[in-house]
Design a protein around this ligand. Structure first.
Ligand SMILES: C[S@@+](CC[C@H](N)C(=O)[O-])C[C@H]1O[C@@H](n2cnc3c(N)ncnc32)[C@H](O)[C@@H]1O
Length: 445
């Protein structure tokens, strides 16, 4: 394994950027790229646990250690504890890639102490201080641990924290306008991938390690990569042939494509987003998947007059059969895929997000036709952004009636159930991303 991969990993961790955004990353061979990704994501995922581990063997307080040196210790400890690399490889590879030679002795000393005493650390007691235990054992900040304990109870919180330390399975949604699930599974298997039916009639689980864009059938648009929770949000919306749907926060367009498939050429999807460059992603996907019934628009949907102006001047409808508000949110439901959310997100962000989500819902209600369907979804697990936003919205809109849905998974064991018009999909229960989904119907006049 290459020493330069460790150097690149250290640079990426220090710069807090995704591997693909780092100049030297593309120049690495495929094996080193995979190693860098594993090192960067693993170190990010387990940062709090690694710091706790290091602090047992290091006499200096961690806050007094220079960032690059601390990151090198984290990288070395991750290789020893999680990757099981032999001490000579794990320690030397990190020590040698440190730029500041004066720190090499210190890093070598701490990592050698760890190799001499593997596992010799003591976590806080689960019985005496369960939240502290959970925060360190599962490497989460205290504020997320406290919220999970408060919302889901201790047992579920522990299970949720544990499962969010693993990337979710790769799932594909079959593009039924071009193929069917059985054929696509065969195509993927013939291409050397391990593919099997997912938990929904439209989903496939794939194990491969290859880039999805290299899967057979990708270029032909036979599938979209999508988590099953996101598929369920569209299933709950229930678009049917001929519907005119507004996907209000649409980019990069995962749900837009699913809606476009269901409304068919007889219908229309208006896919809007506030991000100018982000709507290009929707156009790209619609070309690959072969949908000509999507119109994109750049607008700020918290501002209903601006939204109306943009839609009208583009000759688009301003009254919809169905509206999906898949709001920007704190993202706690997708920590399994994006572990940086644990450390980047601040609890203080939540109130502001909830305010914007409420504005988006008010706009949606204005543009929904009588008898129309509104779905609100968010890939997060905070009560303020989910049930609180939804309840306030319903209180202020008496013409919207909450609707319950039940989605049964193919394994017969798991069910997504909504009560009072809303429900949660949870990674440790449903095997999906964490998602909040709510639905209401607008009363006929
Ligand atoms: C969770 S993502 C949507 C994911 C998308 N629905 C999908 O399935 O691929 C939220 C999106 O909302 C957009 N957004 C945030 N504020 C917005 C606003 N005020 N108006 C419209 N879109 C907004 C963001 O740019 C982001 O692309």
């Amino acid at each position: 394994m290459s020493g330069s991969a460790r150097r690149v990993a250290l640079d990426i961790i220090g710069a807090r950027i995704p591997p693909g955004a780092y100049d030297g990353f593309a120049r690495l061979d495929e094996r080193d790229r995979a190693l860098v990704k594993e090192l960067v994501t693993g170190t990010e995922r387990w940062k709090r646990f690694l710091d706790f581990y290091i602090s047992w063997f290091c006499h200096r307080p961690l806050e007094k250690i220079a960032p690059e040196v601390l990151n090198a210790l984290r990288l070395g400890t991750y290789q020893l504890v999680f990757m099981g690399l032999p001490p000579y490889a794990a320690v030397n590879s990190v020590v040698e890639c440190l730029r500041a030679k004066s720190h090499r002795g210190f890093v070598n000393g701490v990592l050698r102490a760890i190799t001499r005493n593997p596992g010799h650390i003591e976590l806080p007691s689960l019985d005496a201080c369960p939240k502290q235990y959970a925060g360190i054992r599962y490497s989460f900040p205290d504020w997320i641990v406290s919220r999970y304990f408060g919302s889901f109870g201790m047992q579920d919180a522990l299970a949720l924290l544990k499962v969010q330390n693993y990337p979710p399975p790769v799932t594909l949604r079959v593009n039924m306008t071009k193929t069917d699930r059985a054929h696509l599974i065969k195509t993927l298997q013939n291409g050397g991938l391990s593919a099997r039916p997912g938990n929904l009639g439209i989903s496939i689980r794939v194990v491969g390690g290859r880039k999805v864009s290299e899967f057979p059938g990708y270029r032909e648009g036979l599938f979209a990569v999508q988590n099953e929770a996101a598929m369920i949000a569209t299933m709950v919306l229930g678009p049917t042939r001929g519907d005119v749907v507004w996907d209000m926060c649409a980019a990069p367009g995962g749900k837009t494509m699913h809606i476009a498939e269901l409304v068919s050429d007889a219908g229309l999807v208006v896919a809007s987003d506030v991000g100018k460059h982000r709507t290009a992603l929707i156009t790209e996907s619609s070309k690959r998947l072969g949908f000509g019934n999507i119109s994109t628009a750049v607008l700020d949907a918290t501002n209903p007059s601006e939204a109306a102006n943009v839609l009208e001047s583009a000759g688009l409808p301003v009254c919809f059969d169905k509206v999906l508000v898949d709001a920007a949110c704190s993202g706690l439901g997708v920590i399994g895929k994006h572990p940086d959310i644990k450390w980047m997100r601040r609890e203080s962000d939540i109130a502001d997000m909830a305010r914007r989500q409420s504005l988006l819902l008010s706009t949606a209600a204005r543009f929904l036709k009588p008898g129309g369907t509104l779905v609100y979804s968010a890939c997060t697990l905070t009560q303020e952004e989910n049930e609180d936003v939804w309840r306030c919205f319903l209180d202020a809109h008496e013409d919207l009636i909450p609707v319950d849905e039940t989605v049964r998974f193919d394994d017969g064991a798991r069910v997504f159930r909504m009560e009072n018009g809303w429900g949660y999909l949870l990674p440790h229960i449903h095997g999906t991303d964490g998602f909040f989904i709510a639905k209401a119907l607008k009363r006929q006049c």
